[in-house]
Design a protein around this ligand. Structure first.
Ligand code: ZN
Length: 444
């Protein structure tokens, strides 16, 4: 009986399965200067894409049968850009307090989709969404239900009561929730038990890593920059659940004490860090801790914090503090060769100018190729830290042009490696391929 069944399987079902298998698709890109994102060099080469991955990079590649061949017209081919600090769900007129006053989560989702596509238009084919409940949208994106940048979502960020993610009203009672909390843009959790429950909820819903509000924040109401927001034990608890999920935690923090406590607890990445001492920066460099850099917000917008429409006087004071530390911190980060990724933190009304977080780095002493690397190769290293279980895109590396990497590529007419400001030229993106699909081609 079993043999008969096997025969049936082989004869009847297999041909049906074979019929279902999709044909391989090929895209061959020729006549381009390829920057693989690993260093300074740009080389003349062809790039062959098979389905959603890069199959080969080399000279005189032959087009397989049925391949689409694209003449790159001498443009510069780079990986698609990656913004490592977005908040697509903190949106609309209430921005940071998304949904607390005038809109519901459906509307916020619609805005998020609009903003995802605004980011795509600027060249961001991937984002790391780091606080805000983008877990459902990330799932829809990975399943191909919607288009837009690939999303590595932290889901709701961990915040203590009164911490950077506590967006409730001042007169809230202990244990009471509020609308921002119910939307799960932030997860207010105090103590070991609440934290464990919250962490497991995040990973149940597809979180790729954890974001911890470790120290005071600018945009929030109840937390001066000087405070530490989680105890050592609480931070270690989050990290231990991340370790169990083979992924990592990153923190929001500005100052030495919060950052050192978090590194002691096993955190691998620091967002902001603008008020750090040189000693802490040295420690990060020695221990291989990543810095996620917001050059534009810290050095340009916080220099004129009073003009941010939704900042209170206290928020203006905090933003000014950050601005005063930023340039010095970045100089030390360069001096000690800190591992850097670019994370704009440019949400809501800032989304259309998110690319400025890269172009501003030129004024902070970085070379063009280094800036590009922050948003490609380096970003890919951090995205890979989501590990075998929680990385939603684990077929190959991302942010690099090499065999086996995801085929997310851009051809720029004017190379950002010659001048990073070329990123801001409208119409400079002549070709955009994401996951092997040609989304834009205006080469002709
Ligand atoms: Zn942020």
């Amino acid at each position: 009986m079993r043999i008969l069944f096997l025969l049936f399987t082989l004869l009847i079902i297999n041909p049906l399965l074979a019929q279902d298998k999709q044909e391989d698709t090929y895209v061959l890109i020729t006549n381009v200067n390829v920057w693989d994102a690993k260093g300074k060099d740009v080389v003349k080469a062809d790039v062959l894409i098979e389905n959603n991955l890069i199959q080969k990079v080399g000279t005189n590649l032959k087009a397989p049968k049925g391949a689409t061949t694209i003449d790159g017209k001498g443009g510069t081919l780079t990986p698609g850009l990656i913004d490592m600090h977005t908040h697509i769900m903190l949106n609309g007129p209430d921005a940071f307090y998304s949904g607390s006053q005038h809109y519901d989560s459906y509307t916020i989702g619609a805005w998020a989709y609009r903003d995802m596509n605004m980011l795509m238009d600027q060249g961001f084919t991937s984002i790391r969404d780091i606080a805000g409940n983008s877990l459902g949208i990330a799932k829809a994106r990975v399943n191909g239900v919607i288009e837009g940048p690939r999303i590595w979502s932290s889901g709701p960020a961990f915040s203590s009561t009164g911490g950077h993610g506590d967006a409730g009203p001042w007169n809230q009672l202990p244990g009471e929730t509020n609308q921002p909390h119910e939307l799960m843009n932030f997860g207010v959790a105090d103590g070991k038990d609440e934290i464990i429950k919250h962490a497991r909820w995040n990973f149940r819903h597809g979180a790729a890593f954890a974001k911890i509000m470790a120290g005071g924040g600018v945009a929030s109401e109840f937390d001066p920059l000087e405070i530490i927001e989680y105890t050592q034990e609480e931070m270690e608890t989050i990290v231990s659940i991340c370790n169990d999920n083979k992924t990592y935690a990153t923190i929001h923090a500005y100052r030495d004490d919060a950052i050192n406590r978090a590194i002691d607890a096993g955190v691998k990445c620091v967002e902001h860090g603008f008020l750090m001492s040189e000693e802490t920066i040295k420690r990060m460099a020695d221990e291989g801790i990543w810095l996620s850099l917001q050059g534009y917000v810290s050095t340009v917008q916080f220099a004129a914090a009073a003009q941010v429409p939704w900042f209170s006087p206290e928020q203006v004071r905090k933003a000014t503090q950050v601005n005063e530390g930023a340039v010095q911190m970045i100089e030390w980060a360069r001096k000690h060769k800190l591992k850097i990724i670019s994370g704009g933190d440019m949400f809501a009304e800032n989304t259309p100018i998110a690319i400025k977080n890269l172009t501003i780095e030129k004024t902070l002493g970085f070379e063009n190729w280094e800036i590009m690397q922050h948003a490609t190769y380096n970003a890919g290293q951090v995205l890979a830290m989501s590990g075998p279980a929680r990385n939603p895109y684990r077929e190959g590396p991302i942010g690099v042009i090499e065999e086996g990497a995801y085929a997310d590529v851009i051809i720029w007419e004017k190379s950002p490696l010659d001048d990073i400001d070329n990123l801001e030229i409208k119409g400079n993106i002549k070709l955009m391929v994401q996951d092997g699909k040609v989304l834009k081609n205006i080469l002709d």
